[in-house]
Design a protein around this ligand. Structure first.
Ligand code: DAK
Length: 260
């Protein structure tokens, strides 16, 4: 049996997915995209999983981009179809995950690798991480949502600077422009991601997923985010988690959320 491309580990409600192609700096080929998509789907339907952490194997790279050897042969039709398919299969699925997803960026996050991290809800980087969208240096543009999600996160000006210069930035610059939420030392990266996951997990699962949905609604074409928030807010009152959260507060005890 060949080694799986995605290692899956679960501890205390946290599912860690590790991309394992260290010989190619965890570059995203179609097999990785498919396996990772299946692993994300599995984590969604596993009731033991509350938060997902995504990282890369080895100390050098989170993901050094789409696999250049693989996409070097593509023509315009294949490129367009794969962008469409890949975005739906993995990147949109990650972003729309009802369970919070944290990217633990342990090294290079370039091109499709940075786009993968951008599709996660929270990014924590090691102080050695290097991030960028170098696609234009290869004669293409970001094709897994980078031209859309990067400006949403860092603003149009910084995003255009990063995309047009193809320059890699370090963790501190990434922190200062809001690309990452936190920077920690390499050896403390997973621990920091787990700590953030544990803090998130104290909260009601139904409220977490509804909050993600409401935030994303504001970025959807033709959707009024404020109206979506009103709907999501109203729906929260019908959950067992809402009843448990408020009762626990009133009875001065810790809530035990069922996720229902
Ligand atoms: N693809 C394939 N192999 C890669 C790779 C990549 N993106 N990045 C690194 N590798 C491989 C190297 O070829 C090398 O393999 P061997 O030669 O040992 O067999 C091994 O990983 C170690 O890399 P280096 O020897 O280069 O390591 P260094 O420390 O010297 O340099 C580096 C590290 C990250 C600076 C360098 O490896 C590098 O510049 N890598 C490429 C970065 C890059 O340009 N990434 C691609 C960005 S473009 C699409 C949608 C989206 C995209 C494409 C298509 N469709 C929908 C169709 C996205 C495109 C991109 O991501």
């Amino acid at each position: 049996m060949p080694e799986p491309l995605i290692k899956q580990e679960t501890h205390s409600g946290i599912r860690t997915l590790t991309i394992q192609r260290p010989e190619a700096l965890n570059a995203l080929n179609l097999d990785v995209i498919q396996e990772l998509s299946a692993a994300v789907q599995e984590a969604q339907s596993d009731s033991d999983v509350r938060v997902i952490i995504l990282t890369g194997s080895g100390e050098k790279a989170f993901v050094a981009g789409a696999d250049i050897k693989e996409f070097a042969e593509f023509d315009s039709e294949k490129g367009r179809n794969l962008a469409d398919h890949g975005q739906e299969l993995l990147f949109n699925r990650l972003e729309r995950s009802s369970k919070p997803v944290i990217a633990a960026i342990n090294g290079f996050a370039l091109g499709g690798g940075l786009e993968l991290a951008l599709a996660c809800h929270i990014r924590i980087a090691s102080d050695t991480a290097r991030m960028g969208l170098p696609e234009v240096s290869l004669g293409v543009i970001p094709g897994y949502g980078g031209t859309q999600r990067l400006p949403q996160i860092v603003g149009k000006g910084k995003a255009l600077e990063m995309i047009l210069t193809a320059r890699m930035i370090g963790s501190e610059e990434a922190l200062s422009c809001g690309l990452v939420n936190q920077v920690v030392s390499s050896d403390g990266l997973l621990e920091a991601a787990q700590k953030m996951a544990s803090q998130i997990m104290k909260n009601a699962p139904t409220a977490l997923s509804t909050a993600i949905q409401a935030v994303l609604a504001g970025y959807e074409d033709g959707v009024n985010g404020f109206q979506a928030e009103i709907e999501c807010f109203g729906a929260s009152f019908d959950t067992a988690d809402f009843r448990e959260g408020t009762q626990a507060f009133l009875n001065k005890r810790k809530p035990e959320f069922s996720g229902k």
